[in-house]
Design a protein around this ligand. Sequence first.
Ligand code: BG6
Length: 492
Amino acid sequence: MLDVFDLVIFGGSGDLSRKKLLPALYAGFVAGRVAAESRIYLTSRSGLKGDVYEWLQEVFAESQPACPVEEAQLETFASMVSVVQLGLSEEGEDWISLKESLDSKNERPLVHFLAIPPGLFTSTCELLGKYELNGERARVVLEKPLGHDLASAQAINADVGRAFEENQTFRIDHYLGKEAVQNLLALRFSNILFEELWSGRTIDHIQITIAEDLGVEGRAGFYEGTGAMRDMVQNHLLQLLCLVAMEPPARMDADSIRDEKLKVLKSLKQLSGAEIDRDVVRAQYASGAMNGAAVGSYAEDLKLDHPSNTETFVALKAHIENWRWAGVPFYLRTGKRLPDRFAEIVIQFKQVPHSPHPGWGNNIKPNRFIIRLQPEDHLALRMMVKNHSAKAETLKEVEMNLDVTGDDTIRLGPYLRLILDAVRGDQSLFVHRDEVEHAWRWVDRIIEHWDQSGEPPETYQSGTWGPYEAHDLMTRDRREWFHESNNRKAAR
Ligand code: BG6
């Protein structure tokens, strides 16, 4: 049976709501995953121009849902949506009318999604408490980034904690809602094969890349002063690292999973100043070309009249100090304006210890297991086999592709999955406050060192794979970044 819920999106006419949440909810509704009796309230300081139906038409023209938008369905969906004019930190009439609308159906789960800057989390939660919208049926979803550093994250967690219990608090990291990420857990903990190989005994190193081809686009105000370390590494990349590296949880419930992830974050080696200088690369995109068209630099995109130290690219080497992972480097990389958009995890195994055939020697490539998170969900295992047609005894690398896509006609995406989990009160794919704080502790150390050094970031041409230093990070360890898409083409 479908859950019927009330969802309030604070920041309902903002970027996240328009680009991700509403398209996801619409596709969920069309796919029969969101009951038509549910209600979606969008709070907006200035209200909307025109009626909801027309506004949604515009929103979906810009950010297309994962299914076609058809008139009759959009009409029904629009009838589920109400716009509430509301100043977030101003108590009074608006809040009273929101409360009245919500109180009339007080048996349903009530999800408050805070799609607003973290600076507004405290006052919004305070008012949710004051107007008693934090009762048992209520949950609050906090969009990342949670704070700006450890101190601000702790303050937010404490403030939110005054209005909502931890089991009502859902800190979202939409990467955890991606289908392939959940598949990673299924794969690791339902196959003995991987568990036996999953350690420094057989694994040489692990690479995790989230590459984006877009620049900072319309998010200039948010991005300047945030940067890739806070925007991507502190959350998405470290969460992926946790899922790859964690020990098998006793049960697949929220507490057990989050306990194991926390142990990984606690085991991350704190980098010294010299290690940061050597093993953490930060850079900002310069002008260049994307798909043959000239594009401007970061400073030009932001129309800055002063130089900026905000990084749009980070590549780093991390170590997990425990028995399983001692000596196995984790290379993390993310950047904007790179040649391609993809996210993938590459598990690279060790070389064979000895080659029994003289002709094979230099030809043997290490096995690689590739978990592609986007644009498509895909698993691939790369292995060496005999080159079938060749006369001489030679080897070639082949790829075993595992199709893990389901038969859903509509790809529902992570936000719908996570909203529905919040409706059901399932926190397994949400981040515990201790995880957020430990991740900040690790990242803060690096950012503080950068601030103290006063050095500007490196630069890289838009449309390239980042600065030379990112390549050097690998080549000096006699390793290389694996661009699976290029290599896959080459291997076919
Ligand atoms: C967001 C970041 O959390 O993730 C953005 O704030 C980034 O800067 C986005 O573009 C990437 O998400 P996805 O799912 O498109 O890879």
